[in-house]
Write a protein that binds this ligand. Structure first.
Ligand code: LRH
Length: 496
């Protein structure tokens, strides 16, 4: 294939895609080879990923890539945390669980009984989320499946294994497990030991840019890609890839990676493992080149996606149309009702408009009735969560923020971008929408020697990708209205 075209396999919680990126001096072109839905399936014992369907989508995408002229290499990123287990023969033991499956309820307490909560944070630096890999493993303790398991592969590593036959654990994603030492940048032998997790389950680490093998002969044959096409390790945690492609031209930026989740934070040189950071529930995930992604997960556009799913299922077809919904929301009454997007009751799939209304009533507010009012409530609440989180990040890390880079699908949502600029009082640069796929491509291009260090990589993104600028409203009345709205939200304690 051509030496300057790379295939980015990017699996998100609602859809997967294979993108083709062409890279050269002053050139960064991204085109879509294939896109497919990611539809989880509920089995009697829980919510699962349709991992074979996803892999088929990957293969179909690579076939489209071959038809489009071929590629120099392939890289895979997905959401974090989730994994498949292989038995002693290397066969997959059942369909991987979805992180929104409630089987982890109560699992954290069992873990903290062995490694205290504060100590756990000092080692892993990981935000408490009920579905962190470590808690999923605790929930599976004693199961026949875990007994039979010999290898744990995080989702991107599983796809790479099926493409190449090789086994490894990519480090940016390994840092989302709760089994990884944030300072040392390696699996935590101590945590594994005290939790009774067999260290042999966890493959050796790989870093972004490392070779990950070559396409197996049957994969090359099926897809039509060249025999022995290399697979390159990328920043396989989607958020880490997105942060690579932030189009920053200076240092004092914050990022908001807005997709199913809003990941709000800063890029740092070293983890912040303080008690204050733990109490505020900030995570220290690993980025490329040893950087730290100091951020917090905010429930994100999941709230909106799940509302649309409910309305569509109820046959309210027209309101499932996003532009129509957003224009209704733009005209709805401001600050009529606000929620804490991170309230635990919003995590699981289900009737989201009903849960939002219940949350509003439970906090003494008038519940939003129309779809426009519900969406207004969601987007203002997210903008306020962005404000709260980024102010906290700056304070905890001792850094100034002078602009926000909002990347991912949310960059298309003009109302969300405008509300975020107004709520924070900071300029928002929106785009690229496909930051994750671009970051995936750029790490491959760097391994091939086509781009330089992180700052020059980001300048290339800034110079080539369409970006939108949102300037915050400066009028005193407008500012006061946001301050008053912020004071109305009392987020539930994060990490008591
Ligand atoms: C975003 C993401 C996030 C994780 C979540 C499970 O796609 O990877 O960073 O916390 O999914």
């Amino acid at each position: 294939g051509p030496r300057d075209v790379f295939a980015a396999v990017d699996l998100g919680a609602t859809s997967g895609r294979v993108m083709l990126g062409r890279v050269g001096p002053g050139i960064l072109d991204l085109t879509e080879a294939h896109r497919f839905p990611n539809t989880p399936v509920r089995l009697p014992d829980g919510l699962r990923w349709d991992v074979l369907g996803l892999y088929r989508g990957v293969l179909d995408g690579l076939r489209a890539a071959a038809r489009a002229g071929g590629v120099a290499s392939v890289g895979v990123d997905t959401w974090g945390v989730d994994y498949g287990l292989l038995d002693a023969d290397g066969a997959l033991l059942g369909a991987p669980f979805h992180y929104r499956d409630p089987r982890t309820d109560g699992a954290a307490e069992a873990v903290w009984a062995r490694v205290g909560r504060a100590e756990m944070y000092r080692v892993t630096g990981l935000q408490y989320l009920p579905f962190n890999t470590v808690f999923q493993l605790a929930a599976a303790a004693g199961s026949a499946q875990l007994e039979a398991a010999r290898t744990l592969l995080l989702m991107p590593d599983l796809m790479v294994h099926w493409l190449t036959g090789t086994v490894g654990a990519e480090e940016t994603n390994a840092s989302t497990t709760g089994l990884f030492d944030a300072r040392a940048g390696s699996w935590s032998k101590d945590v594994l030991d005290r939790l009774g997790v067999d260290p042999g389950l966890l493959p050796p680490l790989r870093a972004p840019g490392d070779p990950a093998g070559e396409l197996l002969p049957h994969v090359a044959e099926f897809t039509g890609l060249d025999a022995r096409t290399p697979v390159t390790t990328v920043a396989s945690h989607d958020t880490a890839s997105a942060v690579v492609a932030v189009p920053a031209t200076a240092q004092d930026f914050a990022y908001l990676s807005c997709g199913t989740w809003s990941l709000a934070g800063l890029e740092l040189d070293a983890p912040v493992l303080t008690e204050a950071s733990r109490a505020a529930d900030f995570t220290n995930e690993r980025g490329v080149d040893g950087t730290i992604r100091f951020l917090r997960n905010i429930m994100g556009l999941w709230l909106l996606e799940e509302c649309r799913r409910s309305w569509a299922a109820q046959g309210r077809g027209p309101v499932a149309d996003l532009p129509e919904l957003l224009s209704l929301a733009a005209r709805a009454e401001p600050f009529a009702a606000l929620v804490d997007p991170d309230a635990p009751e919003f995590l699981a799939p289900g009737d989201m408009p009903a849960r939002i209304r219940a949350h509003c009533r439970g906090t003494g507010q008038r519940a939003p009735e129309t779809p426009g009012a519900v969406v207004r409530c969601v987007l203002e609440s997210l903008a306020l969560a962005h404000r709260r989180t980024l102010r906290q990040a700056a304070e905890l890390a001792g850094r100034d923020i002078t602009r926000i880079h909002l990347v991912g699908g949310g960059a298309r949502n003009e109302l969300l971008c405008r509300l975020t600029a107004d709520a924070t009082g900071l300029p928002v640069v929106a785009g690229p929408v496909e930051a994750t796929a671009l970051g995936n491509v750029l790490v491959q291009a760097r391994a091939a020697g086509l781009v330089g260090d992180l700052p020059s990589t980001r300048r290339l993104v800034s110079a080539t990708q369409p970006l939108r600028h949102y300037v915050p409203r400066k009028d005193p009345a407008g500012r006061a209205a946001w301050d008053a709205a912020a004071a109305r939200i009392e987020p539930s304690p994060r990490n008591p």
